[in-house]
Design a protein around this ligand. Structure first.
Ligand SMILES: [Zn+2]
Length: 196
């Protein structure tokens, strides 16, 4: 699974291969895929990932239910931040979904002693705890709107991935210059050759 977006919530939103032109395929085939992603982007460590995978294997029905929640959250995160690129008001329904999962996660947090003092930590004893962790990551982007770069939608023909626009101009069009940027340049070049 390629990673793009520049933030855990956006990596998660971009787990659908294409959202422009066509929709899909969905890169999240099972709840284990979400665990693998979370470990890859540093949201959870190897031990936590192992425990969650074991939970999945022992409770396939819970894993299926958690996957459903995760997909609902992912689509809400996508819809919410897509409106930022379109300069539209944030959609209420998407906000409520993100808010509800994040609140559920916060209610389960415990104040724990870490090396550098006390910290609020999210327990990961239920599969749905990971869904909530992604929701909390999304609220980080929501609450930091005035201190961060804008979120854009990649304009690649079969893309639509979201990314934090860290470019100097703040006008980046592609999730990646190497993939969507190159594809579009090749397309324009061919069109110029066809219709000079
Ligand atoms: Zn793209």
């Amino acid at each position: 699974m390629p990673l793009s977006g520049g933030h855990p919530a956006l990596y998660f939103a971009n787990t659908v291969d294409s959202r422009r032109g066509r929709w899909g395929p969905d890169l999240l085939k099972s709840y284990v895929d979400i665990i693998v992603l979370a470990q890859r982007i540093g949201l959870i460590d190897e031990e936590q990932a192992g425990d969650l995978v074991a939970l999945c294997k022992g409770h396939p029905q819970k894993a299926a239910a958690a996957l459903k929640e995760a997909v609902q959250l992912r689509e809400s995160i996508y819809a919410f931040f897509l409106s930022e690129d379109a300069r539209q008001p944030y959609p209420n329904e998407a906000f409520e979904v993100v808010h509800d999962f994040a609140k559920r996660g916060r209610a389960r947090q415990v104040l724990s002693k870490a090396n550098d003092g006390f910290k609020w930590l999210q327990p990961l004893t239920e599969l749905t705890d990971l869904v909530d962790l992604f929701a909390e990551a999304a609220t980080e982007l929501i609450t930091s709107r005035h201190d961060r770069r804008p979120i854009r939608e990649c304009k690649g023909a079969n893309c639509g991935w979201l990314f934090l626009d860290t470019s100097r101009s703040g006008q980046r069009l592609w999730c990646s210059e190497a993939t969507c940027g190159t594809n579009e340049r090749v397309k324009r070049f061919r069109k110029r050759q066809r219709d000079p």
